[in-house]
Design a protein around this ligand. Structure first.
Ligand code: SAM
Length: 213
């Protein structure tokens, strides 16, 4: 038995209580070891349902948020998914475990390199690159799903353009204090938008995001 197996089981119970119902997602949240993506002095808190610092003033998202966004994205095995905001790499690995072909972008190279190291160690084939994800990753378009794990002031046009027909963009949009999660589905030439509850993310910084250093 691993050091955190019991804590991870308890975390999954919390996710169920909070309304995560997709069995596939509950299974991968029970499998992927979140503590591998967390550094000291926070490792002991890896299975609390809370965001934790990962350096560069960024965070690994709260487990509930990861599960909820993934449930909204509803990615099928084989789906091509673009993630903006690699951070620790945890969300990317959750998607890879669901059988997706994952492409992920991060503006902080230090975080990107650390996440890459983990992908390699764990044997995941995840495509990753540094840069401003607000303009997307044109080379591999179109995507069946795009998930943005940082808060945007508005929906970046470039990301909408990179969606496949029937594809979904999941993105927190709002001010710096609180955001609503937008789930936008491309249907032919149109977009259908659903909006869900209050969330709190670190800012999406870039050409079609907030200004920042
Ligand atoms: N998905 C991550 C995980 O599983 O650990 C959580 C990411 S954290 C909440 C958001 C990340 O988005 C940060 O690492 C931040 O540097 C990154 N970010 C912010 N603006 C970005 C941009 N324009 N392009 C790419 N990454 C960006």
């Amino acid at each position: 038995m691993g050091r955190f197996d019991e804590e991870r089981r308890e975390m999954v119970e919390v996710l169920k209580e909070r309304g995560i119902t997709d069995e596939r997602i509950l299974q991968v949240m029970a499998k992927v070891e979140r503590h591998v993506f967390v550094s000291e002095p926070f490792v002991n808190r890896s299975y609390e349902d809370t965001a934790l610092p990962i350096g560069k003033q960024q965070t690994i998202s709260q487990p509930y948020t990861v599960a909820f966004m993934t449930q909204e994205l509803n990615p099928q095995p084989g789906a091509k998914i673009l993630e903006i905001g690699t951070g620790s790499g945890f969300q990317a690995v959750i998607l890879a475990e669901l059988g997706c072909r994952v492409f992920t972008m991060e503006r902080h190279l230090e975080l990107l390199f650390q996440a890459r190291k983990i992908f390699e160690q764990l044997g995941y084939r995840i495509a990753s690159r540094g840069g401003d994800g607000t303009i997307g990753w044109a080379e591999f378009t179109p995507y069946d799903g795009i998930i943005v794990t940082a808060a945007a002031p508005e929906v970046p046009d470039s990301l909408l353009k990179q969606l496949a027909d029937g594809g979904k963009l999941v993105i927190p949009v709002g001010d710096l204090d609180v955001q609503n999660l937008k789930v936008i589905t491309k249907v032919g030439e149109k977009f259908e938008t659903k909006e869900v509850r209050g969330f709190k993310f670190v800012p999406l910084i870039g050409k079609q995001g907030w200004n920042g250093k």
